[in-house]
Design a protein around this ligand. Structure first.
Ligand SMILES: [Zn+2]
Ligand SMILES: [Zn+2]
Length: 253
């Protein structure tokens, strides 16, 4: 809602009501499936009692100093833990663009032509595919101990996920060299050829800088989004099943 208002006031694009209504329906389905899956998965995973290889206690790192250091820690800690966590997401996302199987699903997100904070949904399998590629390796390797902050991490990442798809003129300015903003992520969705395979990071631009895939847009660089192959899903059944029929078509060909 926050970014919805920001888009109304500072928006760059005018998008149709239809794409927003469709997005609302897809979000409902996406959330219902994701919540159901994770309530089962987290119970199963928790019952295995697996401990990660190392623990990074960021709380202790910042907690020992004065009050201001602690407050700074509350801001810095979620950012640091999100950057560490996103290493795995970065490589998963690159794989989504390389593997024909994963692309069949991920391309639904890239099909968004009227992309906004509201209309930014992924295919419902997105979070489920992240389990073997992101969640499991991360929980085997490292536990970032941030004390009271996890809820804040979830909130910040959640907000950022909407913001990076938003077409508001508000952006993060020089902070974009750490946290990916809407102008940075817009390039990843761009229809323009020279933007292909750039800006895979979702929360942070850090790994794109490290691995040479970062493209920081100029002030007026605001490309159209979408892919030639198909339009945004127009019906719920298209949203749910199109990737599967794409794969079936490929096998038959
Ligand atoms: Zn992508
Ligand atoms: Zn996106």
């Amino acid at each position: 809602m926050l970014f919805f208002v920001a888009e109304m006031v500072f928006g760059r694009n005018r998008y149709s009501l239809r794409s927003r209504l469709n997005a609302a329906l897809y979000w409902l389905v996406y959330i219902a499936i994701t919540v159901t899956f994770f309530s089962v998965f987290s119970r199963l995973w928790g019952s295995l009692g697996i401990k990660p290889l190392m623990t990074l206690d960021l709380n202790r790192l910042f907690g020992g100093g004065g009050k201001w250091l602690q407050v700074a820690g509350w801001i810095v800690m979620p950012v640091i833990s999100a950057i560490i966590g996103e290493f795995f997401y970065y490589w998963f996302h690159r794989l989504q663009h390389r593997s024909a199987f994963l692309w069949a699903f991920h391309s639904e997100h890239h099909a968004l032509r009227e992309m906004s904070a509201w209309n930014s949904n992924h295919h419902f399998t997105e979070e489920i595919f992240r389990v073997p590629f992101v969640l499991i390796p991360l929980s085997l390797l490292i536990q970032v101990d941030v004390g009271v902050v996890p809820a804040l991490v979830v909130l910040i990442i959640g907000l950022q996920g909407q913001f990076e798809h938003s077409h508001t003129r508000l952006n993060l300015g020089p902070l974009r060299y750490v946290v990916a903003d809407n102008r940075f992520h817009r390039i990843h969705h761009s229809v323009e050829l020279h933007h292909y395979d750039k800006n895979f990071g979702s929360f942070t631009s850090f790994w794109d800088i490290v691995f040479g895939t970062a493209h920081f847009p100029a002030r007026d660089e605001w490309p159209d989004t979408g892919i030639d192959a198909h339009d945004e899903a127009k019906t719920l059944s298209e949203y749910l099943f199109r990737p599967f029929s794409k794969l079936r078509g490929k096998r038959a060909a």
